[in-house]
Design a protein around this ligand. Structure first.
Ligand code: OVM
Length: 412
């Protein structure tokens, strides 16, 4: 049997799920669920190891062990056919595929090596002064201001200041970086209003992003130059180097903006945990890990079954799109005691907020260094973080981020 374009659902082949897989009549990309996902996560886990969602003709997993297993099983569950609902084998993607994210072994190995060297712990340490000085200055400025809107004033302000510097970008446009992130992450969802709204900016932003990745738009001392050095030694072509710089800009801004915003949300909602962090600054890193577990900034990413396979004993057809709900896995009570409690002393080793397996977040050292600087500046200078209005979420098909977070930073 072959499928014409007209019979595709959300850009992939419709499936007939194996018997025994429960069907669930739900839209996981409904904005109300995206804004407040915990009940959806709980029901997904309760329904079974794997659930069929007819609306999108996908399978979905949310229990910790199964989600981790599918997400790290790169032999059976491919990335090269896209990590969203579109199957790149059947429909052209909205942009040339990423040569690290949307690729399988062995091609992945070569680009991954370049990126993991460019983003090594040693390189991240080299940015510590820049990150700490920027965070200290930013928090000093905000402290004089009374109540702040922490998403724009801090969560977006920090990464859009330090990250272009770390990459060595000569072209500066914080708004374009944030909006490009929104496109990249909404693009992995269905063709819904969120995706269309994000894509409505593509015409001006995509060419700007692509141009900003060229060798001559980068300084000689940043992450971009490290990647272009791999073009000089023959590991990459010049075009491939530009594509990997594009990956920095795709994956490095929205994610860290979200990490900072979500950290401020967690700490402003849990003043006892803020106090505990003030008392013991050695818990800064553990606090960020708990923010990652508790809020899963990337809530859902997918894979495509490259061949007939199985999930928890249920047969899965070739071409099946499987969404992995990282947010549900990181809240699974079978893995985490009292998952709905935000506890900075939890040390949630093994959370999958950065993914798992060969595609696990290659930028996580930089992300941790950024959060260490921001949280470090806050605990040095701020006595209390008080909510100054309701937090508003910014629904996205893949990111769980705030849109507005009014808070008061009360100085020491
Ligand atoms: C990329 C990339 C990498 C990680 C996440 C991401 C969808 C994009 O290489 O473009 O967001």
């Amino acid at each position: 049997m072959s499928f014409s374009q007209a019979t595709l659902i959300e850009g992939h082949k419709p499936i007939s799920p194996a018997s025994g897989i429960p069907a669930w009549d739900i839209d996981p990309y409904d904005v109300e669920i995206l804004k407040d996902p915990n009940a959806y996560y709980a029901e997904l886990r309760a329904l079974g190891e794997v659930v069929y969602i007819p609306r999108y003709s996908i399978l979905t997993v949310g229990r910790f062990e199964t989600t981790r297993k599918v997400f790290s099983d790169h032999e059976n569950f491919l990335s090269s056919r896209g990590v969203g609902l579109n199957d790149f084998k059947l429909e052209d993607p909205w942009r040339p595929p990423s040569i690290i994210l949307e690729v399988d072994q062995p091609d992945h190995t070569r680009t991954r090596k370049v990126m993991s060297r460019a983003l090594s712990p040693k390189v991240a340490k080299g940015f510590a002064d820049l990150f700490h000085e920027t965070a200290d200055a930013l928090v000093d400025r905000l402290l004089g201001q009374g109540s702040i809107e922490a998403v724009a004033d801090l969560a977006e302000a920090f990464p859009t200041t330090v990250f272009p510097k770390a990459v060595g970008m000569k072209d500066v446009n914080p708004r374009y970086l944030v909006d490009y992130g929104a496109m990249v992450f909404n693009a992995v969802g269905p063709d819904n209003q969120l995706r269309r709204d994000a894509m409505s900016h593509a015409g001006e932003i995509v060419p700007w992003i692509n141009a900003a990745c060229a060798r001559d738009r980068l300084t000689k001392d940043g992450l971009g130059a490290l990647v272009y050095a791999s073009a000089d030694d023959g590991t990459l072509s010049e075009d491939e180097a530009g594509m990997l710089v594009r990956s920095f800009l795709s994956a490095g801004v929205d994610t860290t903006v979200t990490g900072i915003g979500n950290a401020l949300w967690c700490l402003s909602q849990n003043p006892d945990q803020w106090d505990a962090l003030k008392r013991d600054p050695s818990l800064i890193r553990a606090t960020f890990e708990e923010v990652l577990r508790y809020t899963s900034p990337v809530h859902t990413f997918g894979r495509t079954a490259g061949q007939a396979t199985e999930i928890a004993g249920f047969p899965v057809e070739e071409g099946t799109k499987v969404t992995c709900v990282l947010g549900a896995a990181n809240m699974d009570p079978d893995k985490w005691g009292d998952p709905e409690k935000f506890r900075i002393d939890r040390k949630p080793v093994g959370h999958i907020a950065f993914g798992a397996g060969i595609h696990g977040c290659v930028g996580q050292n930089i992300a941790r260094a950024e959060l260490e600087a921001v949280l470090g500046a806050l605990i040095k200078k701020v006595d209390r973080i008080e909510p100054a209005g309701d937090a508003v979420w910014r629904p996205s098909n893949a990111i769980r981020a705030l849109d507005k977070l009014p808070i008061n930073l009360i100085p020491n």
